[in-house]
Write a protein of this length. Structure first.
Length: 240
């Protein structure tokens, strides 16, 4: 991504309803896996460190981060006080079977990422039975100026993501859409001409309202419910 996008994200990610919801959902997806209750966790594509900071606050997890962008690594180090590796998800600089859980939020969709190779690397670095938890943007027909701004080149359907994980050697795969309640607004926004990056705060009343909708969805996801459609896909599986 461009440096300006990292700067925007660092400035708002703790207050923006969407990033708050993303973190809740990634952790909610991990409830099914005992390995997430403790051990070594990796944020693969940690960006400016928002999710990593959330993981670092959990003393039962020894958390690590990696990102390809040097500036993002610097921001994440300042925020988390952790050693952040600079490197590619396609060639992770870690040994085999060293992590109990790996999170990867909106990385496999990026330009320059070889998806099959990245999934092999993520599997290699997980312990047998370890969990991979990913988030990805949904529906290629929703590709918009926002995707171009944040360097996305692909969006997915739920069954595509399930097949990707299963084909890469992950079992017990569970995937769901989210951002369902606000999906009509997202569609209207994305299909209008113009636009650009949506990494910005809405007026405070809307941030609170949208966050409450997203929190309801997170509660449903924790029960294992699959939402039928939405702007993003949350998926998890275990290394076989």
């Amino acid at each position: 991504m461009e440096r300006i996008e990292y700067e925007r994200l660092a400035a708002v990610e703790d207050r923006m309803w969407w990033t708050r919801a993303l973190r809740r959902n990634l952790l909610a997806a991990g409830i099914r896996f005992p390995c997430v209750a403790g051990g070594r966790a990796l944020d693969a594509g940690c960006g400016t460190g928002g999710l990593l900071a959330t993981l670092t606050a959990r003393p039962e997890l020894a958390s690590f981060g990696i990102d390809r962008d040097r500036f993002a690594c610097e921001l994440a180090r300042r925020r988390t006080r952790r050693a952040i590796a600079q490197g590619s998800i396609d060639a992770l600089p870690f040994g085999d079977a060293v992590f109990d859980v790996i999170f990867s939020a909106d990385v496999l969709c990026h330009r320059g990422v070889a998806v099959d190779r990245a999934l092999r690397e993520l599997r290699r670095c997980l312990k047998p039975g370890g969990a991979l938890i990913v988030n990805l943007p949904a529906y290629q027909w929703l590709y918009s100026a926002h995707d171009r701004a944040v360097d996305n080149v692909r969006r997915y359907r739920r069954r595509e993501v399930e097949k990707l994980l299963a084909g890469a050697g992950f079992g017990d795969v569970h995937a769901t859409y989210w951002n369902t309640l606000l999906f009509p607004l997202m569609v209207a926004r994305r299909l209008l001409p113009g636009g650009g990056s949506e990494v910005r705060l809405l007026p405070a009343p809307l941030e609170r309202l949208f966050d409450s909708f997203a929190a309801l969805e997170s509660a449903l996801i924790r029960t294992g419910l699959r939402l039928p459609f939405g702007g993003s896909i949350l998926a998890a599986g275990t290394r076989l």
